[in-house]
Write a protein that binds this ligand. Structure first.
Ligand code: BTN
Length: 252
């Protein structure tokens, strides 16, 4: 993973490869504190010792088998209240990059996990920093299971476990970077509505009746949308309720 040559305008044009590190998101944050960083700079590693996921979870991935990387973006065109738009654009970019490899049942699980049927293939951890009311920079961390075949979690999968093929990590990365950049440029050029429509079209369990869990209470609901701030809109009986990430989980 030394020479990455993505066919992009700026995403991944500059890249830093670390054979091992604690977390590529932490490395990106360190870099931003130390020096000016060009938009699109990629930090990639073969092995994270302390990979971080959403909700304070750890992100574990076997060394050399998967993609673990972070991209530094500068979405200064977004206000703090519009942060979720970046999440939509990045998850759709990842979705589009994977759709060409794994067409069919690929879905985005709110807010930004990648699922194939009921199995998680990858996740995104975006860490934003603000300057006044606007975003200054965003560290977009992506973990994608590619060639790993054994998982502790029965709901985890990889491209290889799903297709019984082995993938060239660099080739997959290059495809993802192109699609992530395309999606980000759509956002930057003011096409959020188009992205949001696509996001909903590919949202896991959208408009289906399913079980959810909140504070150990199980209830049935239908996902009907996402709010501007990125809350999940669920119809529960005759009420429309909005949940943030810490308040709700799907029951599989
Ligand atoms: C999740 O599904 O909870 C998000 C997982 C994000 C993992 C990636 S791996 C590269 C980057 N560095 C981290 O420490 N986390 C993200």
């Amino acid at each position: 993973m030394h020479k990455i040559r993505p066919k992009t305008l700026f995403v991944g044009k500059k890249s830093i490869y670390l054979p091992t590190c604690q977390s590529t998101n932490d490395e990106a944050a360190l870099l931003l504190r130390q020096q000016p960083v060009e938009e699109g700079t990629l930090i990639i590693t073969d092995h994270q010792l302390a990979g971080r996921g959403q909700r304070g979870n750890a992100w574990q991935a076997q060394a050399g088998q998967n993609l673990t990387f972070s991209i530094v973006l500068k979405p200064t065109f977004l206000t703090a209240t519009e942060q979720f738009r970046l999440s939509v654009a990045i998850s759709l970019g990842l979705w589009a990059g994977l759709e060409s490899i794994l067409p069919g049942k690929l879905k985005i699980k709110w807010p930004n996990d990648l699922y194939f049927s009921d199995q998680k293939l990858g996740g995104i951890l975006i860490e934003n920093s603000l300057q006044g009311p606007r975003l200054e920079h965003a560290i977009v961390g992506i973990g994608l299971n590619v060639n790993q075949l054994d998982f502790k979690n029965p709901h985890a999968a990889s491209l290889a476990s799903l297709t019984h093929q082995t993938y060239d990590l660099e080739a997959v990365l290059v495809e993802l970077l192109v699609k992530i950049e395309g999606s980000y440029l759509l956002l930057r050029n003011g096409h959020y509505n188009q992205l949001k429509m696509r996001y909903l079209r590919n949202l896991y369990r959208y408009q289906e009746k399913h079980l959810f869990c909140q504070n150990d209470t199980t209830f049935e609901g239908i996902i009907v949308g996402v709010s501007e701030e990125g809350k999940l809109a669920v119809q529960v009986n005759n009420d429309l309720k909005y949940f943030d990430l810490k308040e709700i989980s799907h029951l599989i």
